[in-house]
Design a protein around this ligand. Structure first.
Ligand code: UDP
Ligand code: MG
Length: 312
């Protein structure tokens, strides 16, 4: 009998948890030869998520839970779950049933066929605003062009992974986590299965525009120094242009005397360079912030309560 552990990050999911367990069990009971268990990670929820998880764990012995001391974010919750897995295969999925457990039988088939990972690919962005889809598309284009890992657009965090892959992901202990990149960075062969996006049944999305933007910046600064290289090249080009302009202006002054006109060109040059300098400082600042956050080496999460013996 092979073992499968399902890692579920939960933040304010009181309305979903029991339904999630029942719906998952319905599917997993039909898969022969595998024993399924769950690791729910309560990411500092403010609602009844924690007592509900304790209750679930009391009723079913295939339920483990980890409860954080505060909200550390979905990335931290997934990491805590992964660190505490021991099964042959590990599934990561959301608690809100937007990642249909009905895909799991096919995922298991794929991983048995020799893949190290089988991940879900959203075919539609139903229930998502046009603006969000637009920016998400832009992010993938930008990120794939400028970073060394190639992200797959519309890939979601819902996936099954081999023990070997999980062991390697856990080794990447950076504080600023960007799983979409980490999953690709560790390599291993992934098979993709498409699915229709389903809307949330209850509760609400925890992603605001601000948090997505922050996540995107983390993604880029954690996986690429191309923006820094770009600044260097851009600086070089501007320096060459400036040098040519200096020569031109000097010659003009020496040959034709002082020329006082040129207010517009002066202003344009000053504003343009000012903008570029500010932008460069901003980009540099993002990298320094990343170094700062990593250098402090604080734990990624703090566990307040768990029913896992010797939890990590
Ligand atoms: N989540 C979490 N911590 C957070 C935010 C979200 O553990 O700070 C969990 C949440 O409970 C859910 C999953 O991450 O299981 C995905 O969140 P959500 O459904 O809000 O994201 P969306 O589906 O809108 O991308
Ligand atoms: Mg969701």
């Amino acid at each position: 009998m092979k073992t499968v552990e399902v890692v579920v990050p939960c933040y304010n999911e009181e309305a979903m948890l029991n339904m999630f367990y029942v719906e998952s069990e319905k599917i997993y009971k039909t898969i022969d030869g595998y024993s399924f268990s769950y690791i729910f990670v309560n990411d500092g929820s403010r609602d009844k998520t924690y007592p509900i998880l304790k209750d679930l764990a009391g009723k079913h012995d295939n339920v483990k839970f980890i409860s954080f001391s505060r909200n550390f974010g979905k990335e931290a919750a997934m990491y805590a779950g992964l660190c505490n897995t021991t099964a042959d295969y590990v599934i990561v999925m959301d608690a809100d049933l937007q990642h249909p457990p009905a895909l799991v039988p096919e995922m298991i088939k794929q991983i048995e066929a020799g893949y190290d990972c089988c991940a879900a690919l959203r075919t539609s962005r139903k229930g998502e605003s046009k603006i969000k889809s637009f920016f998400s598309g832009m992010f993938y284009k930008f990120s794939n062009r400028f970073t060394d890992v190639q992200l797959v657009q519309n890939a979601v965090d819902f996936r099954i992974m081999s023990r070997q892959m999980v062991d390697n992901i856990v080794k990447l202990s950076e504080v600023q986590r960007f799983s979409k990149g980490i999953f690709e960075w560790v390599g291993f062969e992934t098979s993709w299965i498409p699915y229709e996006n389903v809307e949330r049944i209850a509760g609400e999305t925890k992603w605001s525009f601000k948090s997505l933007f922050k996540y995107a910046i983390t993604g880029i600064t954690s996986f690429s120094i191309t923006p820094l290289r770009f600044l260097t090249c851009f600086g070089l080009v501007i320096s060459v242009v400036a040098f040519l302009l200096i020569v031109f202006t000097l010659i003009r002054k020496l040959a034709f005397g002082i020329d006082v006109s040129g207010y517009a060109s002066l202003l344009i040059a000053v504003l343009f360079l000012g903008g570029i300098i500010e932008l460069s400082l901003g980009i540099l600042g993002e990298y320094i912030a990343n170094i700062y956050l990593e250098a402090k080496d604080r734990p990624i999460y703090i566990i307040q309560d768990t029913n896992i013996k010797e939890s990590k």
